[in-house]
Ligand binder design. Structure first.
Ligand code: BGP
Length: 486
């Protein structure tokens, strides 16, 4: 196996709402993620039912200032400790760190006419520190962090007016940070709107007026697609030399068997998954999807100019998260297993993580080849990793060979995809430092090379410790992937 391409972006990915903490200081407003409670015993096979927010529950959570059961309000205190954490990333040799800008740090309710200066300064300091340490920022503009106030007032992205509020926020980001940040992403996992509409788009079922919840979700999705295209144009106009991508949850689905019924079932799942990147990469909705939605009675809220806006502003590259694969079948009695808020038929050939996510390194190669063949633009793996418990030995060491095995196997497959001709420009594993999980708000589901001494209730010193995987990843980066052969 030869090396990875020169200038390959090696690094890690975090999101503001899962690390920063400091949820209501220095002028920050409440985001949708700040309202998410600790859910260790979530029934992963019925994820949606645990994330049903109502107008009342949002109001209640917004008037509750406690932190105990809202782990994302405390994160890992990255807001105050970012310099130390970045120094550790630099020690590993990171070329890039994926972060997000919390909309609510700049515009606490989303509607202020001027941005919050303390928030502006925080991200200047963060980007300056990254650049000082030789790490390039890759910035997501929307990662489950919309102002909760916009959910109550507009039912989030259901309302078209949110497009201009978001583009104003992005305009501020580009004008403030455009000379420091050259890699941007618009919406994290835009497809997740259908799985958890509140955290992705602020949509509340009891706030939809006279339209159905499903229709409201598709309205919100269309508005995010249009916003993504407008922001792509804005970025090209305002940040010279920058590239801006879109982001997909890659949920590759295999037929459970070679029975044609299973092949047909998995085909629909895959088409549905890539519909989201199709719109953003091709600049138009797939005709078949438009007809399928129309057959279900869904009307997309196209306004004058939307078709042209989408067509004129496709993403520069496709980024995606990849954690696992699943199967599909027409047999309703087959055992199903969860994975990143989706549910699929269990694959008898794969092992699962403690959280039921099926581990499939080869699926990453298959995904990369499929996506590159479809879009023919650069790809960037911006999330991948194993969330699992770690044991701290009495001497403070953490032997996480399972994490090394997972990452090594995936990176070897990524390299095979590159050898097959795929243009993969970077790899940022998810959670290089332990952080609060998106779905359950647990920290004990750990992804990091760096352990954070906190438990699910926020007890602990917060001290950072290097796991065995720390030195391993450092060597992978130092050798530009050559050490993966060992
Ligand atoms: C992705 C999200 C991330 C991240 C990851 C792992 O869907 O973009 O924010 O958290 O999944 O999921 P979890 O934290 O639930 O383990």
């Amino acid at each position: 196996m030869s090396k990875f391409p020169d200038n390959f972006y090696w690094g890690g990915a975090i999101a503001a709402n899962q690390v920063e903490g400091a949820w209501n200081i220095d002028g920050k407003g409440a985001s949708v993620s700040d309202l998410m409670t600790y859910k260790p015993n979530i029934d992963v096979k019925n994820f949606a039912s645990h994330h049903q927010f109502t107008t009342r529950s949002v109001q209640d959570a917004m008037s509750d200032n406690s932190v105990e059961f809202y782990p994302k309000r405390r994160g890992i205190d990255f807001y105050h400790q970012y310099k130390n954490d970045i120094a550790l990333f630099a020690e590993m040799g990171f070329k890039v760190l994926r972060v997000s800008i919390a909309w609510t740090r700049l515009f606490p309710t989303g509607e202020e006419s001027e941005p919050n200066e303390a928030g502006i300064n925080f991200y200047h300091n963060l980007f300056d520190e990254l650049i000082r340490q030789g790490i390039e920022p890759l910035v997501t503009l929307h990662h489950y962090e919309m102002p909760a106030a916009l959910s109550l007032k507009y039912n989030g992205w259901q309302d078209r007016r949110v497009i201009s509020l978001f583009t104003r926020f992005c305009r501020t980001c580009f004008s403030e940070y455009g000379n420091k940040v050259k890699l941007w992403l618009t919406f994290n996992e835009v497809d997740s709107i259908i799985r958890h509409p509140f955290t992705t788009a602020g949509v509340l079922e009891d706030n939809c007026g006279d339209i159905s919840f499903e229709q409201a979700c598709y309205n919100a999705l269309h508005h995010q697609f249009v916003a993504s295209a407008l922001v792509t144009r804005l970025c090209h106009d305002m940040c010279k030399g920058a590239r801006i991508g879109c982001m997909l949850t890659k949920t590759m689905t295999y037929p459970y068997s070679s029975r044609p019924e299973d092949v047909a079932a998995s085909q629909l799942k895959n088409l549905n998954n890539m519909f989201y990147s199709d719109v953003q990469m091709h600049g138009r909705y797939p005709e078949m999807m438009l007809r399928m939605l129309a057959n279900r009675g869904i009307t997309l809220p196209f306004a004058e100019g939307d078709v042209q806006t989408l067509a004129d502003n496709p993403a520069d590259f496709l980024s995606f998260s990849y954690y696992m694969t699943r199967c599909e079948s027409d047999d309703p009695d087959l055992e199903r297993t969860p994975g990143n808020t989706t549910l699929g038929v269990k694959n008898p050939h794969l092992k699962s993580s403690e959280w039921g996510w099926q581990i499939d390194p080869i699926g990453l190669r298959v995904s990369l080849i499929e996506l590159y063949d479809r879009y023919r633009k650069p790809l960037f793996v911006v999330e991948n990793g194993l969330g699992t418990r770690d044991t701290v030995e009495p001497d403070g060491s953490i032997h996480d060979s399972y994490r090394i095995d997972y990452l090594r196997a995936h990176l070897r497959e990524a390299k095979k995809a590159i050898d097959s001709g795929v243009e993969l420009i970077g790899y940022t594993c998810w959670g290089p430092i332990d952080l609060i999980s998106a779905a359950n708000s647990q920290i004990t589901k750990r992804y990091g090379f760096i352990h954070v001494d906190l438990d699910d209730m926020g007890h602990g010193s917060g001290v950072r410790r290097k796991k065995d995987s720390f030195e391993w990843y450092k060597e992978v980066i130092r050798t530009n992937g050559a050490s993966l052969e060992q």
